[in-house]
Design a protein around this ligand. Structure first.
Ligand code: DGY
Length: 328
């Protein structure tokens, strides 16, 4: 018997309260195990569902969208970044796309500060010393890092997360600088005591810490390319909690190896889980497995946003977090 409830396919396991509510509201097909769907599984899903709930590990490209069934009307992404979805093609086919902005701002900004501190204060080396059982006690010269207060932080991308980083960094006594497509209002600049740089090159050349907080779009792909990375001061460090594609990972690895750049804290990688082994082997890096938004609160709130987007659509309105190509 055909149900009159929306048919929703979720491509990965979500926190239990989100899955439960999804099943209460819609005719939901949940994922049974915690691995991404194969292309074939994805294809089968978009041919029979009204709504697809993918995550950032699902590639929803033009080829896949071309084969979507007529029923598919909404791609309600579980996540803020939509660089894995061909939003243009979806729009041409009359399929709406929504995301989950705003609810992972604080968690991601916290993780950015954690990476800045981990790299500059050599926290993983301290942990390794303790775990090896070789600690010989306090010494005036052991494991000296650098003080972050007074250092110049250059934020690349001053959206919600960039501003969250600015607020935290200012509280830590850092000097806040930023580059963004649009200059912020003067009241906002004053709030963070932030200096705007129209020229990214000029900002990069003068900073002690660079934080990548812009989304990955065709315009930001390899924004930190080899030429720009070379502008960084040799004692500077770079952190990235946004998307790996914004940095040329091979060029960064070369420069970290040759100490042209002092260190890096990365939560995201250019080729997903396929992380350059030379990068993994370096001592002057702190690498995390894309866990910037990984708090239970954040992940439940992301789920609530997905539910709200689908429910609002089901009630005949535009999903509140609809993504349109002009926003990208
Ligand atoms: C997102 O939502 O795009 C984040 O990268 C998830 O951590």
């Amino acid at each position: 018997m055909q149900s009159d409830r929306l048919s929703v396919v979720v491509t990965q396991r979500l926190p239990e309260p989100v899955e439960r509510r999804m099943c209460e509201l819609f005719d939901t097909k949940l994922r049974e195990h915690d691995s991404p769907m194969s292309r074939e599984e994805m294809l089968a899903s978009i041919q029979k569902a009204d709504v697809l709930v993918p995550t950032l590990t699902d590639k929803i490209d033009a080829g896949l969208i071309a084969q979507a069934g007529d029923r598919l009307k909404l791609i309600a992404n579980y996540g803020a970044g939509v660089d894995h979805i061909d939003v243009h093609t979806a729009r041409q086919r009359g399929i709406l796309v929504s995301n989950t902005p705003g609810v992972l701002t604080d968690d991601t900004a916290d993780m950015t500060m954690a990476l800045i501190l981990a790299v500059t204060r050599r926290i993983p080396e301290g942990l390794a010393t303790m775990q090896s059982g070789e600690w010989e006690g306090w010494s005036p010269t052991a494991l000296l890092g650098g003080r972050i207060a007074g250092r110049r932080l250059g934020i690349l991308g001053m959206g919600r997360i960039g501003q969250g980083v600015a607020r935290r960094a200012a509280a830590f006594g850092m000097e806040v600088h930023y580059h963004n497509r649009h200059r912020l209002r003067s009241e906002t600049e004053e709030e963070y005591q932030a200096t705007y740089w129209e020229s990214l090159d000029q900002m990069v050349a003068r900073m002690d810490v660079i934080s990548v907080n812009c989304p990955h779009t065709p315009a930001t792909f390899h924004l930190m390319n080899a030429r720009r990375l070379k502008l960084m001061k040799p004692e500077a460090v770079i952190v990235n909690t946004s998307r790996g594609e914004v940095i040329d990972e091979n060029a960064l690895t070369r420069m970290l190896r040759s100490r042209e750049i002092a260190g890096a804290g990365l939560d995201v990688y250019e080729h997903g889980t396929d992380v350059n082994p030379r990068l993994r082997a370096l001592k002057n890096v702190v690498l995390l497995p894309h866990m910037g938004s990984a708090t239970i609160e954040g992940r439940i709130e992301m789920g609530e946003k997905v539910l709200l987007n689908i429910k609002t659509f089901d009630d005949g309105h535009r999903p509140p977090d609809q993504v349109v190509p002009s926003m990208l």
